[in-house]
Design a protein around this ligand. Sequence first.
Ligand SMILES: Cc1cc2nc3c(=O)[nH]c(=O)nc-3n(C[C@H](O)[C@H](O)[C@H](O)COP(=O)(O)OP(=O)(O)OC[C@H]3O[C@@H](n4cnc5c(N)ncnc54)[C@H](O)[C@@H]3O)c2cc1C
Length: 293
Amino acid sequence: MFEGIEVQEQALLAPYTTLHIGGPAQYLAFPKNQDELLSLLQEANAHHLPIYLLGGGSNLLVNDDGVQGLVIYLAGDFAQVEISDSKDHIWVGTAFSFPKLTRLCLELGWEIALGWSGVPGLVGGALKMNAGTRLGEIGEVVCQVEAVTPAGKLILSHDQMGFAYRHTAFPKDAILCRAELYYPQANPQKKAELLAKASQLAKTRKATQPKQRSAGSMFKNPPGDYAGRLIEACGLKGTQIGGACISQVHANFIVNQGQATAKEMLALSEFAQKRVYDQFGIELEYEVRRWGF
Ligand SMILES: Cc1cc2nc3c(=O)[nH]c(=O)nc-3n(C[C@H](O)[C@H](O)[C@H](O)COP(=O)(O)OP(=O)(O)OC[C@H]3O[C@@H](n4cnc5c(N)ncnc54)[C@H](O)[C@@H]3O)c2cc1C
């Protein structure tokens, strides 16, 4: 199976996630271009294997027993980037580092990139999650995305992607491959100013987010409120189950104190979700993607 493509069997996923939690993937494949990706998807489909796309693993909780099926980690051509002479267009592969893209955008004078400065992971995960902060989201600059599904290659326009707060409407089986970004106000002369602002934002992040391993915010903010405020108001900061702990620094971050299992992380997040519901009648929606549960 999967001839000519690098594939590992029973490969541990923990090292691919920022939480450092997660058992093995039945198959972990590293396609280098869209043709290899298409043939992988078609073969997985023919064998009825579930398909998972792994980006930087910074928004993932993978079960301790791992996942049955094919996990895909894009490599090769997917990590390329190109900039137009006018500096207002970028074509970027989805395996390109998102922090590196952010830095590049700031150097080109794309002020909007301050909105997602400090977000880890890869470009593909950022597109899928519409990564950002209240200062801006990546979806605002995405014109179109090339994607591959088992049925073939397709190009999606901005309006087909349904960008909203930590939400997109990509076809369920679409693997995002390459994005065209456009920011008409690009002004490379602002580089120094923007880098200084980004460094200030990084300091704020450092002071307001935990240092331990996490997958970022566990829950989305409900309309008009903050998941962290609600969890904190339930008195849950510092609550632990095994090695999982609700951060003392930011209650919407559930951290791995060293040896936490996925089951402990999930149990603690469900406990927080239930306490918030009991106290405020608000059902927190997961932001973190959970695999294999
Ligand atoms: C310390 C910390 C701080 C964070 N701060 C923020 C923040 O301020 N704002 C914010 O928005 N997020 C934040 N996050 C969450 C996370 O970094 C973002 O959601 C990030 O964009 C996820 O990218 P990733 O490559 O790691 O995706 P992954 O975690 O690997 O995957 C996330 C989802 O995207 C899918 N996916 C990934 N690549 C593709 C692709 N090519 N095609 C189709 N689907 C794909 C995966 O299947 C999965 O469903 C933070 C996380 C951490 C650990």
